[in-house]
Design a protein around this ligand. Structure first.
Ligand code: RIB
Ligand code: CA
Length: 338
């Protein structure tokens, strides 16, 4: 059993990741903290509180940073909807829950002090809360079991600017501050999460099947995924979507599904074109490694586990192999020796 604290900018894929974590007996969900990213933190917090209600989660929710450490907030309503769940809360007039805390960083530090080497932090959004927690007590954060960060792109193109991944792009100063304080981060990057694609027909079928398990959740996922998939159809020209955050949670559910390599990661915070870029040196030379990067994972076992737990439906391995793995090339360069 792994004790997990999730920091999230929920968001559609975050929502699925939280359901996956809450449905995994391998995980004891300690707390959920919220941060601005996909949408402002007030929307993120309402999404997590709504999930807490319909999943009957007994975990504390603490809201956190509403803006990045040193720059204006950039959100992604075009990807996740103004409310962060594809318009579900807004169109169903879900009443907002009154919520005023802004103590996520302090609560992350308390959890790190209380549970240290038994605590895994899974960060699914910009690293603003994490950086604030490091600023309060770096030593406490250094002693947690591991920090899994969905974020970064190291060998391919980005999903925000040409060379940046959203979570790091929104708050590169936070990512740089965490790494510069000797906190080892395990990155689950776009290079990996964009290799796995969920076709719309399969997801729609899964959501239909999940109605018996939890009709309220099925209604939320139907609306949220429809909006999120439409974004992917417009921009990625794929009839489906990537689910980045559930893959990051999977690294806590079953670390054996992943291969991480030691690396020295630098975060660009100044470039006109490259701010938010994550640069990895895998050569382990002069300076010590400050992070690990997931370079491979067992997609078949993950997809079967994820779909069974979240939707209560099984996906056959042949379908996964045939329909879910993208050949998304991360490099366009090749050489021929003949
Ligand atoms: O780049 C993808 C990441 O940014 C995901 O965590 C998504 O939810 C957004 O936060
Ligand atoms: Ca996220």
């Amino acid at each position: 059993m792994t004790r997990v604290l999730i920091d999230t900018d929920a968001g559609v894929d975050d929502t699925l990741a939280i359901v996956y974590a809450a449905s995994s007996p391998e995980i004891e969900l300690e707390m959920v903290t919220t941060v601005s990213g996909n949408v402002p933190v007030r929307e993120v917090t309402q999404n997590v509180l709504y999930l807490k209600e319909i999943l009957k989660l007994g975990v504390p929710v603490h809201s956190g940073a509403d803006v990045p450490r040193a720059r204006k907030l950039v959100t992604a309503p075009e990807v996740h909807g103004e409310d962060g769940v594809g318009g579900f809360r807004n169109s169903n007039h879900v009443p907002p829950v009154s919520w005023e805390t802004k103590d996520a960083a302090k609560k992350i530090v308390s959890a790190a002090i209380d549970h240290g080497p038994k605590l895994t932090i899974v960060s699914l959004g910009p690293m603003t809360n994490l950086a604030d927690a490091v600023a309060i007590d770096a030593e406490a954060i250094r002693h947690v079991q591991r920090i899994i960060q969905m974020g970064g792109v190291f060998t391919g193109y980005g999903n925000t600017t040409e060379f940046t991944e959203f979570n790091i792009y929104v708050d590169p100063e936070a990512a740089d501050f965490v790494l510069s304080n000797g906190i080892k981060v395990k990155f689950v990057p776009l290079d990996l999460t964009e290799r796995l694609f969920f076709p719309r027909p399969i997801l729609e079928d899964m959501v239909r099947k999940s109605r018996t398990k939890n009709p309220q959740l099925a209604r939320l996922l139907k609306k949220a995924l429809r909006y999120y998939i439409n974004y992917h159809r417009r921009t990625e020209k794929i009839d489906g979507c990537f689910l980045h955050d559930p893959i990051a949670v999977a690294a806590a559910v079953n670390p054996r599904w992943f291969k991480f390599v030691d690396s020295l990661v630098s975060i660009e915070t100044k470039g006109d074109y490259t701010s938010g870029m994550t640069i990895a040196d895998f050569r382990k030379r002069q300076r010590s490694c400050n992070s690990e990067i997931a370079v491979a994972f067992d997609a078949k076992n993950f997809v079967r586990d994820f779909t069974r737990k979240v939707f209560g439906a099984l996906l056959h391995q042949d379908v996964i192999k045939r329909d879910c793995i993208t050949a998304r090339s991360t490099t366009t360069f090749d050489i021929t020796l003949n």
